[in-house]
Ligand binder design. Sequence first.
Ligand code: NDP
Length: 333
Amino acid sequence: MMKPYVPSVDRYTPAKYRRCGRSGIQLPLVSLGLWHNFGGVDTLENARRMLFTAFDLGITHFDLANNYGPPYGSAEQTFGTVLAADLRPYRDELIISTKAGYDMWPGPYGDGGSRKYLVASLDQSLKRMGLDYVDIFYSHRPDPDTPLEETMMALDQVVRQGKALYAGISNYGAEETDHAVAVLRELGTPCLIHQAKYSMFERWVERGLLDVLKKTGTGCIAFSPLAQGLLTDRYLKGIPGDSRAAKAYSALKTEQITKEKLAMVAALNAVAGRRNQTLAQMAVVWLLRRPEITSVLIGASKPEQIHSCVAALGRAEFAAEELEEIEKILGHN
Ligand code: NDP
C-alpha cells in the first residue's frame, strides 16, 4: 500500500502567479507538462512523485494532450490514476488542460481540426482522466484544410456544454491567432490562452505573435522552454543514459545536439553560473522577463528538476549587460 498523499500546507506561501491575459484566471509562473515521462512506458511511482512535488510547490497547472504517452492516451490515464487516488480532493485547486489536433486514431476523424475530431477527442480525454470537465481545451494546431470557423465553433461548443471551462489555441501563427481570437470572441467564448514554443533557441513568438496576444488580451504559455533539455547542463559531457535524447521514442533527436548548439549551451551555462543559477533555471526566468508570458511550461523526468525550475524564481531579474551577453551568444547581435 502506498502512503496517502498529503499536500504541503505551505504550498501557496511562496508561490507566484500571473494573470492569464484579460481573464479571471491566474496561472503559476511555472506549470508542468506531461508530454514525456508520464506514459505507459514510464514508472507510475515517478510520475506520482513529480505531480506531488509540483503541487507542493504551488504548481496548480498541469498540461496534457490526447496523444501524450507513449502509447497515445496513456499520460491522461496516468494523470487520471493519480487524480483518483490522491488529487481528487484538490480538483478545484487545479487547472487541467488537454488538446486535440495531431494524430490520435486511424481514419479521417482522428487528426486535424474538424469539429467531429475535437468533440470526440475531448470526450475520450475526459474518460481517460476521470473528469467531468477540463479547465482548458486547446486546438493543438491550425489545420489548413479545415475552415478556422469550424475549429473555433468546436471549442465554443465544448465550453457551452460545460466539458471545458476555457478555450485555447496552440501553434497558431500571429495572423491566424488574430483571426481565431476574433472568431471566438464573436461566438461568445473568449480565447484564454495561446500555447507556443518559446525558448532562447526558438524566438518566433517575438516576431508578431506576442504583440497580437497583448493587443487581444490573450495569455501565453511557453512550451519547451528548455528546448527539451538542450538548454540545460545535461548534454555538456555527452548524452546521459537517462536523458530524453537517449530514448528511442523521444522527440529530441541526437542529431539536434550539434557542436554549434553545445558551444552556445556552454557559453550560456557560464552566464548562468555567474548568476549563481543553473542554465535550466536561467532559461526559465529569461522567458518570464516578457510580461506577455503568463507561465513557463516545463517538462521533467525527476522531481528534483521541478524543484530546481521553481527555485529559479528567486533570481528572476536580469542586468541589461546579462541580457546583451545572452543575445550575443545566441547570435542576435
Ligand atoms: P522542456 O523544454 O522544459 O524540457 C523538459 C526536459 O528538460 C526534461 O524532460 C528534462 O530532460 C530537462 N529538464 C527539466 N528541468 C530540468 C532541470 N531543472 N535541470 C536539468 N534538466 C532539466 O519542456 P518539454 O519539451 O518537455 O515541454 C514541456 C511541456 O510543453 C510538455 O510536457 C507539453 O505539456 C507542452 N508541449 C506542448 C506542445 C504543443 O504543441 N502545444 C509541444 C511540446 C510540448 P530529461 O528528460 O532528459 O531529464
